[in-house]
Design a protein around this ligand. Sequence first.
Ligand code: FEO
Length: 166
Amino acid sequence: MALNKKVEEVLNKQINAEFWSAYMYLSMSSYLEKKGLSGFAHWLKMQYHEENEHGMKLFEYIIERDGRVLLEPIKKVPHEWDGILDLFEQVLEHEKHVTSLINKCMNTAQEESDHATVSMLQWFVDEQVEEESTSRDILDKLRIIGGEDGQGLYMMNEEFRGRTLE
Ligand code: FEO
């Protein structure tokens, strides 16, 4: 059965949101690279790849369901933050926003009785729990070390160099 038009529309919007997220994390990576925090910059670059994968997962799904992917322009992303604490506060806020977007997609799929899309979106629902939890943990650690403290920040920066794609 071809993809329901309302569902197709919200999934296309979500593709744009995932690619916007990727672009924003890459912008954050560039900002932190300039601040000499290359471990954090690497972590955010991995996040960029993850968001691209999220966008592509939706892209492939629409095609698999005989729908039509319509790619819209990616809006401008921020370039500046008020330090690393502010940056990770924005990461958490953004992930909460993405969770609300995924929930809207899920609501539409349920309203349209599109069970296949509900099943596909469940992966994103679970992923958002993990993404919010991870960014909350990082933020908590940064608050404990006071954000800009030398030793603690240095150690976190080293730890973050090791992030690989899952
Ligand atoms: Fe694709 Fe971070 O949500």
